[in-house]
Design a protein around this ligand. Structure first.
Ligand code: CA
Length: 234
């Protein structure tokens, strides 16, 4: 399915322009004129990206952003703030409230579309994939099945989520804290060492007999899914 971009903006002319450009680029779009309407619509279908105006009637864009970040379903949805303000302090406030990027009005549709593509790529490189693959490893998201070559790999729910996250960003090194946020959630307090325990279990499940280790331990930094040559470094 095409990615859904939600526009939260009270200027009708801008909404029309954005929807036109998004659909031309192959995205689906939806729009809401204020924060309350947006939050209700987002409950119906979680968008892949939200374009959020700062100056909205009733609830401000910043407050909507905070609310979205508090809810588990929308915690990881990328948000680009749209605003007429250009001051550095506002930019910092926007990013602190949980926005991923920020664009100052007036902007050209081309500039915004470039940001949309970049943010979506960063957030979900495998947005439309049903199967994530790396080397001889595959994860079938629909069937919830992991295979190494022809062998079925049985994973606990935490190891599954951990591998899912690593498979979405092969080669990238994640700190224990980043993995905790991504896999366990921001609000859960878990010892960073817990990550090591689950990585060990994941390794054990993935690496059978002669299989090369695909998980690279980066001392003092964290872990990455990587090609076996890289994994042997440590
Ligand atoms: Ca506005």
């Amino acid at each position: 399915m095409k990615p859904l971009v939600m526009i939260v903006e009270d200027e009708d002319a801008l909404v029309t322009l954005l929807r036109y450009n998004l659909e031309k680029e192959g995205y689906r779009s939806a729009s809401a004129g204020d924060g309350e309407e947006a939050l209700m619509m987002i409950k119906e279908e979680t968008p892949d990206l939200i374009l959020l105006d700062w100056m909205l009637p009733l609830t401000s864009g910043i407050e909507v952003c905070r609310q979205l970040r508090r809810q588990p379903e929308t915690r990881d949805v990328p948000i680009i703030m749209l605003t007429a303000r250009g001051e550095e302090g506002d930019k910092v406030r926007g990013l602190n409230s949980g926005a991923d990027d920020y664009i100052t009005k007036p902007f050209s549709p081309n500039e915004l579309m470039a940001r949309v593509r970049a943010v979506l790529r960063r957030a979900q490189p495998a947005l439309s994939a049903d199967v994530l693959e790396f080397e001889d490893l595959s994860m079938d998201l629909a069937a919830h099945r992991v295979k190494r070559g022809q062998r079925n790999v049985h994973l606990g729910p935490t190891e599954y989520r951990l591998l899912h996250h690593l498979l979405q960003h092969p080669g990238r090194v994640f700190s224990r804290e980043q993995l905790l946020d991504a896999v366990w959630g921001h609000d859960v307090y878990v010892e960073p060492r817990t990550v090591d325990v689950h990585i060990r279990r994941l390794r054990k499940a993935l690496n059978d007999n002669e299989d090369a280790d695909l998980i690279r331990t980066v001392r003092a930094a964290g872990y990455a899914l990587d090609h076996p040559g890289e994994a042997l470094e440590e």
